[in-house]
Design a protein around this ligand. Structure first.
Ligand SMILES: [Zn+2]
Ligand SMILES: [Zn+2]
Length: 352
């Protein structure tokens, strides 16, 4: 009989069970990682609470993985047992048109994390394809695995800030004060923005996110966010307005907040099939750039990892809760209510 391990298994929307499942076998030409830290992402919450897989359950999510190599298939010399690595969830082919153009986030042959069991488990297996493609990074001695796991959510924000070229003197409005909004604030500051405005419906979340390079916070449950952004920019609007939350209303709001000739960004994904209603005339008359952002290119993934493990990045302040995997449902609740800014789970730590 196969050895068992703990995992947080999704049986349906909102039905996440902490249970024992067979520990994955080491695939031929692949390797197995013992998960030390796995972040709970906004996209995980969306996936775990809605029917993103259209009934295809049970499934194990978890894509912000840092761990130690536990097993290596014969003939694989790229990894050694005991080595600590951060594994980016998507392995780009680096051969297709998009990869070669520096847009590997659109790779046509990506090995996506939604096709194989993820890291909300004690162990996760990777195939020979992953060995060949890499997108794994050695975590230097002395770097906390929890900190290293933040490289994944940082990568997409790093890529977004670079792609829309947030620059010296820019005014930036960010809708959504979760870890993504916090990262975008930090990156805006690092890139020289003159004013960062962070907006959220949840006052608790807003309060936790305010210390990260934010000049103004706007509680959109109590204030008209668009009017407030206009007031804060003397009626001009911001250079870059980013919707970093799962609502379509936010997508309309960034169009209203962006200055003429400015950039409106759809960063956060919305529930599958959900359509947005936007004022296209406003896009037209204001000559707006609308940019949809997803993921990061291969080199941006690497640069974001380097930033995440550097002292420039305030990882310890961002992680509000470190919990055992058995607390995953609590972690989802803490994140949803805004009580937690960022939860990182440790599947191999037992409850104290
Ligand atoms: Zn993530
Ligand atoms: Zn590719």
């Amino acid at each position: 009989m196969a050895e068992l391990m703990d995992a947080a298994v999704m049986h349906g929307p909102g039905d996440i069970r902490f249970e024992q499942v067979p520990r994955p076998q080491c695939p031929e030409g692949g390797f197995v990682v013992k998960v030390e830290a796995v972040g709970l992402c906004g996209s995980d919450i969306r996936n775990l609470t809605t029917d993103s897989r259209k009934g295809d359950y049970p499934f194990i999510y978890g894509h912000e993985v840092v761990g130690t190599v536990a097993e290596v298939a014969p003939g694989v010399d790229k990894y050694r047992v005991g080595e600590r690595i951060y594994v980016y969830p998507e392995a780009h082919c680096l051969k297709c048109e998009y990869c070669r153009a520096g847009q590997s986030n659109q790779c046509v042959d990506v090995e996506s994390y939604v096709t194989r069991p993820g890291g909300f488990a004690q162990y996760i297996a990777y195939t020979a394809k992953r060995v060949e493609r890499g997108a794994t990074f050695a975590v230097p001695e002395g770097i906390d695995p929890v900190r290293a796991s933040l490289a994944e959510p940082l990568s997409s924000t790093y890529a977004c800030a670079e792609n829309i070229d947030i620059k010296l003197g820019d005014t930036v409005a960010i809708l959504g004060a979760g870890p993504i909004g916090v990262n975008l604030s930090i990156l805006s500051r690092l890139r020289g923005a003159s004013k960062v405005i962070l907006i959220d419906l949840n006052a608790a979340r807003l309060e936790k996110s305010a210390p990260f390079g934010v000049d103004h916070t706007v509680d959109s449950s109590a204030t008209d966010a668009v009017a407030e952004v206009m007031r804060l920019t003397n009626g001009r609007g911001v250079d870059k307005a980013i919707s970093a939350n799962p609502s379509t209303a936010g997508q309309q709001q960034v169009i209203e907040m962006a200055r003429p000739g400015g950039t409106a960004v759809f960063f956060g994904g919305v529930a599958k099939g959900k359509l947005a209603e936007i004022d296209s005339n406003m896009v037209h008359y204001k000559s707006l750039w609308i940019y949809g952002h997803y993921g990061a290119s291969s080199i941006q993934v690497q640069k974001a990892f380097e930033l995440a493990i550097s002292p420039q990045y305030p990882a310890d302040e961002i992680v509000s809760h470190i919990l055992p995997l058995s607390s995953i449902n609590e972690a989802i609740e803490l994140t949803r209510t805004g009580e937690a800014l960022k939860v990182v789970l440790q599947p191999n730590q037992k409850e104290q």
